[in-house]
Design a binder for this molecule. Structure first.
Ligand SMILES: [Zn+2]
Length: 309
């Protein structure tokens, strides 16, 4: 592994140096294109100095001109705090950073939610990560903990080690001792925002939201709340492509048959069969992960993002 990283560094150095790099440009580009893109993008510690652009799709793209979410709201009592800052994943399209600052302050000021504990956004130049997410690649995705923020500034150690609380008891049930109306309010507030394309939550959370929203009133926002495994201690906010980001690929609007996804779609996610199919075929034979994305599989502009100062 260390050898591979060293090789990447050498290749990047060759790529960046000027005179003979021009001569060797073709073979060097070819080698870079075959390296898993997650290795290249995870080594970029600072954003690309380019105009802000989300490039490509949420799970196959990168970010130019990334902006950093400050670790804490500069106010005396913060509206948000970034968790696990050592991961250096508190970067996003400036539109996402503005959204989170506004969303955090409005939620706090409304009395709905005391403040956001913010998990992963994106790497400084976006792209695939070494661990944890298929998406979060173009700086428009944000994980927000479902643990309310304590009314104080967390210590650097707490930000790295504090353990979030799951709000579910299982794949099928919410934990009624943890789940509150405040959780429903913060998720629905995000879903009703016109900039938000989708929200991902573990399936029993969607069930709780459908029940909380009741049978009448505005239920259209529920269509944006998509059940998806893995979102049991956080919810995932995905913004639409911002205006002017011409290389950014929106997904089709969520369009469940019943208008909310509270019926058959949710029942599918909550069925025993569904979860049984996700078990490995035999013990010790884990489900094979998809092959790692290479730079060649990402939009061509992501090469420029990686090579920029
Ligand atoms: Zn996420």
């Amino acid at each position: 592994m260390r050898g591979a990283l060293l090789a990447v560094l050498l290749i990047l150095t060759a790529f960046a140096s000027s005179a003979d790099a021009a001569q060797r440009k073709k073979p060097v580009e070819a080698s870079i294109a075959r390296i898993p893109a997650k290795i290249l993008f995870s080594k970029a510690r600072a954003p690309a100095e380019l105009a802000p652009q989300s490039i490509g799709g949420y799970a196959d793209g990168c970010l130019a001109g990334g902006d950093e979410l400050a670790l804490t709201d500069p106010a005396t009592l913060p509206a948000w705090q970034v968790m696990r800052p050592s991961r250096n994943r508190n970067w996003g399209n400036p539109v996402l950073i503005d959204f989170l600052e506004r969303f955090a302050r409005q939620a706090r000021d409304s009395g709905d939610w005391p403040g956001l504990l913010v998990g992963d956004l994106a790497q400084p130049r976006g792209g695939p990560m070494l661990s944890g997410h298929a998406s979060h690649q173009i700086g428009l995705d944000a994980d927000i903990w479902l643990t309310p923020m304590p009314a104080r500034i967390l210590t650097p150690k707490e930000r790295e080690t504090m353990v979030p609380r799951k709000v579910v008891k299982s794949h099928f049930d919410i934990d009624p001792k943890i789940w509150t109306d405040a959780h429903a309010k913060i998720i629905s507030r995000a879903a009703k925002d016109k900039n938000v394309a989708r929200i991902f939550v573990h399936p029993p959370i969607k069930k709780a939201l459908c029940e909380w929203a009741g049978k009448t009133g505005d239920r259209r926002w529920l269509a944006k709340v998509r059940p998806y495994y893995g979102h049991d201690y956080h919810f995932h906010i995905r913004l639409r492509c911002p205006p002017g980001n011409k290389a950014c690929k929106n997904q089709p609007e969520p369009n469940p048959a019943d208008g909310t996804g509270c019926g058959a779609e949710l029942a599918g996610w909550l069925s025993k069969d569904f979860w049984a199919r996700r078990q490995p075929a035999a013990p010790g034979k884990p489900i094979k992960p998809a092959p790692a994305l290479t730079l060649a599989a990402l939009p061509a502009a992501c090469k420029t993002v990686l090579a920029s100062p």
